[in-house]
Design a protein around this ligand. Structure first.
Ligand code: SAM
Length: 189
């Protein structure tokens, strides 16, 4: 009985030693780098469907601003043939994304980089779920760099000058945030 109590106490201690610092790192990191809200499961399924509809033979998929890699990991499970390049400028987020992909045995290229310095010329599909203020700068970069026919899908925030060929509404009854989890689908001309 006492041995069981000791084992239990030891396990609780280990949990605190690992879980507490981890929680603190993630909390501080979120304060410094801003929110990392992942695309929902429903949004991810809608994204996969949209890719299959507009670019069924896509090979290279970029998740620009991948955070902890949740979207990329789910996407690899749904469309395993995709070569996924997942980029984020937070070293902590990329560290955890890489750790998760190792544990799950998922081959994804996670990279710590500024998305505005990433070479996107070989992309077939690009996906972003970014702050509104970054969209005009991204739009300019994509306009200059992408090959004709590249599919670009943005979540919630969208471009000012490009015309989407479709708007996929994933949450029809949510009105608080405009365009919440609506996917804007563009094809580079
Ligand atoms: C809302 S999260 C999106 C996560 C993921 N793409 C998804 O949809 O689940 C946005 C991420 O973009 C990253 N980010 C913002 N600006 C960036 C930049 N210039 N270069 C790289 N990553 C950036 C942030 O660090 C954050 O983790």
């Amino acid at each position: 009985m006492t041995l069981l109590v000791y084992i239990l106490l030891f396990l609780i201690l280990v949990l605190f030693v690992i879980a507490l610092p981890l929680f603190l790192i993630l909390a501080i990191e979120s304060l410094v780098w801003g929110h990392d809200l992942p695309t929902s499961r429903r949004g991810t399924r809608a994204l996969a469907k949209t890719i299959q509809k507009y670019k069924p033979n896509a090979k290279t998929f970029y998740d620009l601003g991948c955070a902890h890699g949740i979207l990329s990991l789910r996407m690899k499970r749904i469309l395993p043939h995709l070569e996924i390049q997942a980029i984020d400028n937070s070293a902590v987020r990329i560290f955890f994304a890489k750790l998760k992909s190792k544990i799950l045995g998922c081959r994804i290229h996670f990279q710590k980089q500024d998305i505005f310095k990433t070479d996107l010329r070989n992309a077939d599909v690009i996906y972003t779920y970014l702050w509104y203020d970054l969209m005009p700068i991204l739009e300019k970069k994509l306009q200059k760099e992408l090959r004709q026919g590249t599919v670009v899908i943005t979540n919630t925030s969208h471009f000012q000058n490009w015309q989407p060929i479709e708007e996929v509404i994933t949450y029809p009854n949510v009105s608080k945030t405009p365009n919440f989890e609506t996917l804007f689908v563009y094809i580079k001309e």
